[in-house]
Ligand binder design. Sequence first.
Ligand code: UD1
Length: 423
Amino acid sequence: MDKIIIEGGNTRLQGEVTIEGAKNAVLPLLAATILPTQGKTILRNVPILSDVFTMNNVVRGLDIKVDFNEDQNEVVVDASGDILDIAPYEYVSKMRASIVVLGPILARNGHAKVSMPGGCTIGSRPIDLHLKGLESMGAKITQFGGDITATADKLKGAHIYMDFPSVGATQNLMMAATLAEGTTVIENAAREPEIVDLATLLNKMGARVRGAGTETLTITGVDQLHGTEHDVVQDRIEAGTFMVAAAMTSGDVLIKDAVWEHNRPLILKLKEMGVEVTEEERGIRVKSDTAKLKPVTVKTLPHPGFPTDMQAQFTALMAVVNGESTMIETVFENRFQHLEEMRRMGLHSEILRDTAMIHGGNDLQGAPVMSTDLRASAALILTGMVANGTTVVGKLTHLDRGYYKFHEKLANLGASIKRVSEA
Ligand code: UD1
């Protein structure tokens, strides 16, 4: 098992950092490559992450040819032949996001059998909205032996209202609707930049998706889709993580090619705290002096609200700001586990249901800590940079799901950090 070791206390990040393509965009994009019956789909700017390898295997498991050229960050998919319709537990249990293959397999084959995703440490993650939406498009859904089976000779366009703007459900239903008969309207749809990226790819494949990025999506079904080429959007959460890293170390960092609009909710909160955030030709510059920062209240919400995927990292920043900050987590019900680990480093915080009070500005000390989920692992590493002494972060499998060479990028900016393998 690998570990990350950080010598913290005096870190001041400076320089430039490059951001990868977005994990949360590329996973549904790979699911979409199942749809075309003609030609190859080429995805570029694909990040080298364990979740991408898992999704490639899910698609390969359908008897589809997937080539990942890691040197070029390029995936080429040829789904033009007959495909299978089963996504097995082996992969779905590794990564919940694989549930987004259900809509495309069903739309393409009229039948799909996908393993139910299991539990998740950050909270209960039901898939009722995915299933309800497919049912309203005429799919017959049954659950048995841990699998979901969906059948529909031909999906039919439907008017779907989502009780919550679920990202995964919006993606699943949008993909299913591309090949349905007639028009599908999805109301209260998710509006994340990754939804817009998926709609862009689908339209390049010949689909007719309108309204991506707004709360109403209209999808007019077509008979078939074809291969195309597409560059994956930049990872706003990786970019945001480096913005926070710069802010909490009194740093001065240019996050190259980061997209201002995608990180707007985070940027506005950083500015409210007193962090200098400016848009430059080559990206976004973040400069700060932690002694001058003020505490803030943040509430996570679906986009364009503050992203839950930045919550853990932002609490690490709150920890170095003098005074009491408040973090309210409304998207997932159990996403404060990193605060328990940070308590081992001397952080004072109280959690009451969905609200965490962070008493920032106290001295933090390095300690051995365990990643509890993907974004928590980044938050613990960031905290290690400002804690006095040595921090050892274990369970890096979480980190590798979503960050490419995180420790190297931080080291290049001046952090004293290394990754070691342990037998
Ligand atoms: C995606 C992101 C994840 C991010 C999350 C919220 C990917 C691969 N993952 O996850 O990083 O944290 O969006 O921005 O893109 N819900 C239901 N029923 C459903 C579906 C969801 O009740 O059928 C609830 C969930 O329990 C959760 C909330 O909706 O409380 C948000 O989930 P959702 O937007 O679906 O997140 P994911 O797509 O799983």
